[in-house]
Write a protein that binds this ligand. Structure first.
Ligand SMILES: [Zn+2]
Length: 118
């Protein structure tokens, strides 16, 4: 499974905190850097326009409501500030000592035809 497909799969399972709509078609502004372990994005619900921060890591997903006037792109300023908990990071570091996690995920996917877009 590619990183992109993994993220998309998880977005589909992530529901708007307000109306419960899948965020698969949400307006997404990725915030995390390519190299970071957790994928973090600002999402706008396609249905009710509620804003939230979505965190997708190899160990699970999280969604946090956002109530501010910041635009999605402005959240990029906050990259690296408490995007994942300390324990999560430690757990991931242990996992990553064994093997890079995205490589691990990609091994499960056999058809990698889809070009990457980010
Ligand atoms: Zn919604």
């Amino acid at each position: 499974m590619t990183k992109e497909k993994y993220i998309l799969d998880n977005l589909r399972k992530t529901l708007c905190y307000k109306c419960g709509t899948s965020l698969e078609r949400a307006e997404i502004v990725p915030i995390s850097s390519e190299a970071s372990i957790a994928w973090v994005a600002h999402a706008v619900c396609p249905k009710c326009k509620a804003e939230s921060m979505v965190t997708i890591t190899p160990t699970g997903n999280g969604i946090v409501p956002v109530q501010s006037d910041l635009k999605g792109t402005e959240f990029k300023k906050f990259v690296g500030i408490k995007s994942v908990s300390y324990d999560e990071v430690l757990d991931l570091h242990l996992a990553l000592k064994k093997e890079r996690i995205w490589n691990l995920l990609q091994k499960k996917e056999k058809n990698l035809a889809k070009p990457r877009k980010a």
